[in-house]
Ligand binder design. Structure first.
Ligand SMILES: C[S@@+](CC[C@H](N)C(=O)[O-])C[C@H]1O[C@@H](n2cnc3c(N)ncnc32)[C@H](O)[C@@H]1O
Length: 1017
């Protein structure tokens, strides 16, 4: 680096600033470090670097400065220390906790230590001008030595991918603004992607494709000895055209490649010495996963980018071979047995199959019988390389694999596409579409759409497949919430069953296996047994949500939270009987144990299957279900419109689903009013902006994500429905058990307001009406129920809570009706006499839902079906139930009036009296509650923890909800402390303890006085 006059002046300025601080006796680091920071900022541009202060590293550490080059790669770090401490000791501490030492200056204004390549390279006296300049020169001239080994290089590359990719994206953005040639080429290519791949594909996705190509194309050429890669690959040729335009102006491709030399040269050099493809393939797999997880996170999520472990691929391919031989007397090697992997990723299913095919048939099979599709560019390249190499390994001949298509498999089912990218790709697709596929094998993605609309990462819609799902899996489902039936993996099942086109064949997937036992998938299970004759399912478990003691990384074969299983479904016209074979590996097995098991078994013939008998509700796993349950009275039906069904209640409602709880709920009415006002103003401004921009159709890319969007709200914006603050929309709600908040209840800001405009249409109805809230179906948490007289939220204590009201009304509050049906009344009166009222029945239901033996005995039924209520044999027992139900209900409805439990107040006299709660906590033995620094409430009766709602006790709900918390995303703070009643929370604790203890006592009485023999024969 040349030291110029500007540099020298900057050094003068540095000493000048330091002297000024010294004069005022300021020595602490936070103040004086600005002098060094200014100095670095002047030097950085000469090295084409920029200084970013306080940028967090991946490990959470935050050096005072990070230097990045024009490709956004970190080139150096600076950390200032306090001049009162010993610098070397401080430096060691910093290194110990993970500060980088690749090119790092540690300084304390008097001394500086420069680390380069993890060693001390300079130790200088900063008060000496020459030494300071030497330090800066050496720091800014530094380039990291080539990375020594392949392994280290790969590891390094993996970590750098996100930085490299982000840097490139910025360069591409610049060219979008300034390079007309690129803009044209890009527009043509984008159009091509829209007609060929996905009509909704956005510009960002195509930008990412360019990044994928630019970063990896060189590696494919060099490491894999494939100099012609970009000319031979039909898609790469097209992308190259856009890249040519991209690099025709200021973006110099050679310069760019040179900037990557540091790690590419090392990788390439090391790769030359590796003959073994496996190691190179490992590198490809790393790039595949890392690229997406570190950079294209949205794509990784939507498309399920994850590598399938080799043991699983092996087991599945072997199992397919076994079944082909046993059921169809044929083989993967036989000409004409056509195989398709619809979501090929790195192509490892096809590679595995290629290795199994007999040599004499290989050329034929390669050219005619093997097909795969991939929707993302990078895996498409990787799969081509891998498959072509696997063929080369066996034949010594390098031949392009024409069975791979760059296409969206599900889109292919959507009818005729005129052209799919380039002619060669279209031809390939035509050939694949015409092929009578016998085996579908692969690892489909899974993702039920985005979690929040603000992720702006919606899954693509497929009208044809989705309609097929609707007329089969959805139509035959008893579940209420069916969105999971459009999960990508379910679509791939539907598609595969249809892709066999009525012929005999096999579908073999490793996938999310929620369809095996969750209620929503009853229709899917029914159809799997219609479409196939034998279904094998090897349950690899690893469902962390079902068993929180498991860990995704340790126990799940994919390192995820959702249960995984291998399904092999056979359609054989020889069979008339439909059979399910099931095997489940031990729940607590670790990932490695599961993979070893698969390797040892080698294929499905060696697995010790259990035959499952599905019941009439299409449950496959019926363990724990009690048959008598179906004879009890249904409390409600799944379908409100289903008036023909005899149920105990006419109407129920799911809780309010807002999609923006942080925005529309608050403890404080004034704060909420202000926030809603602002939200509505911002939302109305968005409408004006949208109209002014001539109503662009791509609303997802248009809206400002400072607002909390949802699909519903975007729909309202498109309809240009303006928001208006209405004061009567501020309503009381029960947000969580024993936790009331204000809610702005309206149809614009709440995504699904449900039926509460008919249950609590006016505040006055809160005095007389009551709802019983119960868990929704498929609830994974514990059961429970809770009565309330205000609007309940959707996730009250149980997921997707449903509320059964006592009364319903017209929207203006008139026309009050009892919700218990006359049919139910007739049943109860026939059993217990004319005096029974509908209110008695309501109380009876509440007691039954609390009954410990009822809950325990029917736990499995309650998970799968809506509650059914047994009739008791004796009138006496019925009366007890009604009485206890009534007492429980009054206790829960009027919890704020309950007497406070006599807890002992331990006050800390060392701090001032203070009622403010930040976060309460229980002592480890749960005998006391630390309310705040000043107050501890001791003497908690242990039975109060037995009163549980969902996964917490009532008191733990209070602790959880009554804390000050700030939502990271929106910055909105929830503060439960009341200015008007500062002791509310402490008093509430005492009351909820009473309510808990009393509930436990009443439930105990119920269990003692009404035994389960009362309803069992
Ligand atoms: C779980 S990965 C497959 C992994 C592969 N078996 C391996 O080990 O490399 C799923 C792959 O399917 C691709 N994919 C997702 N949706 C697709 C679609 N609709 N059509 C074609 N490919 C798709 C994804 O890009 C991803 O690479």
């Amino acid at each position: 680096m040349q030291i110029t006059a500007t540099h020298k002046k900057a050094v003068d300025q540095y000493y000048h600033e330091l002297a000024a601080y010294l004069e005022q006796d300021v020595t602490h680091e936070t103040a004086v470090r600005s002098a060094f920071q200014n100095l670095l900022a002047v030097y950085a541009p000469s090295a084409n670097w920029i200084l970013i202060p306080e940028e967090p590293l991946a490990n959470g550490k935050r050096p005072d400065g990070t230097m990045r080059d024009t490709f956004r790669l970190p080139r150096g770090y600076w950390e200032a220390k306090d001049s009162r401490d010993d610098l070397l000791t401080e430096v060691r501490k910093k290194i110990g906790i993970g500060y980088p030492t690749i090119n790092t200056i540690f300084e304390d204004t008097r001394r500086a230590i420069l680390y380069q390549n993890n060693k001390i390279a300079l130790d200088v006296d900063l008060t000496k001008r020459d030494q300071l300049i030497d330090l800066l020169r050496q720091f800014f001239s530094y380039t990291e030595p080539d990375i020594a080994t392949f392994e280290a290089a790969v590891d390094e590359f993996k970590q750098r991918i996100p930085d490299l990719a982000k840097g490139l994206l910025e360069r591409i953005k610049e060219e979008h603004a300034k390079n007309a040639k690129f803009v044209n080429a890009f527009a043509t290519f984008l159009e091509l992607c829209r007609t060929s791949l996905n009509p909704q594909i956005g510009r960002e996705a195509v930008d990412e494709m360019l990044v994928q190509h630019l970063l990896t194309e060189r590696l494919f050429r060099t490491i894999f000895n494939n100099p012609d890669f970009t000319n031979r690959n039909v898609i790469a040729v097209e992308i190259e055209k856009v890249i040519q335009a991209l690099t025709s102006r200021a973006f110099n491709r050679n310069d760019f490649e040179r900037s990557l030399d540091r790690f590419y040269v090392a990788i390439e050099g090391a790769a030359k010495t590796l003959d073994n493809w496996t190691e190179k393939q490992h590198f490809l797999d790393t790039v595949y996963e890392r690229f997406f997880q570190g950079f294209s996170i949205k794509q990784a999520d939507t498309h399920g980018i994850v590598y399938t472990p080799q043991e699983i691929v092996d087991f599945m391919c072997a199992s397919v071979e076994e079944v082909l031989q046993r059921e169809f007397q044929t083989s993967l090697s036989a000409p004409g047995v056509k195989v398709l992997d619809p979501c090929t990723g790195t192509g490892n299913f096809v590679v595995n199959i290629l290795r199994r095919i007999t040599g004499s048939n290989l050329a034929y099979k390669y050219a005619n019988d093997l097909f795969c599709n991939e929707i993302m560019l990078l895996p498409y390249y990787i799969a081509s390389l891998n498959i072509e190499h696997a063929y080369y390994e066996r034949t010594g001949e390098y031949k392009s694999f024409e069975g791979i298509c760059f296409a969206d498999t599900l889109e292919l089912a959507e009818g005729q596409q005129p052209s799919l990218f380039v002619e060669e790709n279209t031809e390939r697709i035509e050939r694949e579409k015409a092929a009578p596929i016998m085996v579908v094998i692969g690892n489909p993605p899974y993702n039920v759409g985005q979690k929040s609309e603000n992720d702006n990462n919606k899954n693509h819609k497929y009208p044809v497949i989705d309609e097929r799902i609707k007329e089969t899996y959805v139509r035959d489902s008893d579940a209420t919430l069916k969105t999971q039936l459009y999960d990508a993996y379910v679509r791939f099942f539907r598609w595969a069953a249809d892709r066999l086109q009525g012929r005999d064949g096999i579908v073999c997937y490793v996938s999310n296996n929620s369809f095996v036992d969750q209620i929503t998938f009853d229709g899917m299970r029914k159809h799997l047994l219609r479409d196939f004759t034998q279904v094998y399912h090897l349950d690899l478990h690893g469902n962390v949500r079902k068993n929180p003691k498991l860990s995704g990384t340790t126990h799940n074969v994919f390192g995820i939270q959702i249960g995984v299983g291998i399904t092999l479904a056979v359609k054989s016209s020889k069979h008339t009987r439909r059979i399910i074979y099931y095997y489940r590996v031990p729940e607590f097995w670790r990932r490695t144990e599961k993979l070893t098991f698969l390797a040892q078994k080698g294929g499905l013939n060696n697995v010790d299957w259990t035959e499952l008998q599905p019941n009439e509700k299409d449950s496959w796993i019926t363990e724990g279900l009690r048959p008598e349950y179906s004879t009890f009275l249904p409390l409600l039906t799944k379908d409100i419109a289903d008036l023909g069904v005899k149920t105990m209640s006419k109407v129920y409602s799911v809780g309010v689903h807002t999609a923006r709880d942080n925005v529309v709920y608050d403890f404080d009415l004034a704060k909420l009013t202000e926030r809603i006002n602002r939200f509505i103003t911002d939302y109305n401004t968005e409408i004006l902006r949208w109209v002014a921009a001539e109503r662009p159709s791509d609303i997802d890319s248009f809206v400002n994500y400072k607002l909390k969007w949802s699909e519903h709200l975007k729909g309202e914006l498109k309809r240009e429905r303006r928001g208006r603050l209405e004061y009567e929309h501020f309503r009381h709600t029960l947000y969580r058990p024993f936790c009331k908040k204000w809610l702005y209840y309206d149809t614009l800001l709440c995504d699904r307001p449900s039926l509460f405009d008919k249950i609590f249409p006016l505040p006055s109805t809160e005095i007389e009406n009551i709802v019983i809230c119960i868990p929704g179906l498929g609830n994974r948490r514990e059961s429970g129920c809770l009565a309330t007289n205000s609007i309940p939220s959707m996730d009250l204590a149980f997921e997707k809570a449903r509320s059964i009201p006592y009364y319903t009304y017209a929207k203006d509050g008139s026309n009050r009706r009892e919700n218990i049906t006359d049919w139910a009344l007739a049943q109860f009166q026939a059993a217990y006499g004319e005096q029974v009222t509908k209110l008695d029945i309501f109380h009876y239901v509440y007691a039954m839902l609390h009954h410990p033996q009822y809950r325990e005995r029917y736990a499995e039924n309650l998970k799968r079906e809506l509650p059914r209520i047994p009739l008791l044999k004796e009138r006496g027992a019925f009366d007890i139930c009604v009485q206890i139900g009534k007492q429980l209900m009054e206790l829960h409805l009027h919890y704020e009036q309950a007497p406070e439990y006599p807890l002992t107040w331990l006050e800390n006299n060392d701090v001032p009296v203070n009622w403010y709660v930040k976060k309460m906590k229980l002592t480890p033995d749960k005998s006391a509650l630390v309310y705040n620094e000043w107050l501890t409430l001791s003497g908690l009766p242990q039975e109060c923890f037995q009163y549980r709602l969902g996964n917490r006790s009532a008191l733990e709900w209070i602790i959880d909800q009554y804390q000050v918390s700030t939502d990271k995303r929106s910055g909105i703070t929830s503060d439960p402390n009341r200015l008007d009643e500062e002791q509310y929370i402490v008093r509430l604790v005492g009351k909820v303890v009473t309510v808990s203890v009393e509930t436990v006592r009443l439930v105990g009485e119920l269990a003692k006085d009404v035994k389960q023999e009362e309803w069992l024969d």
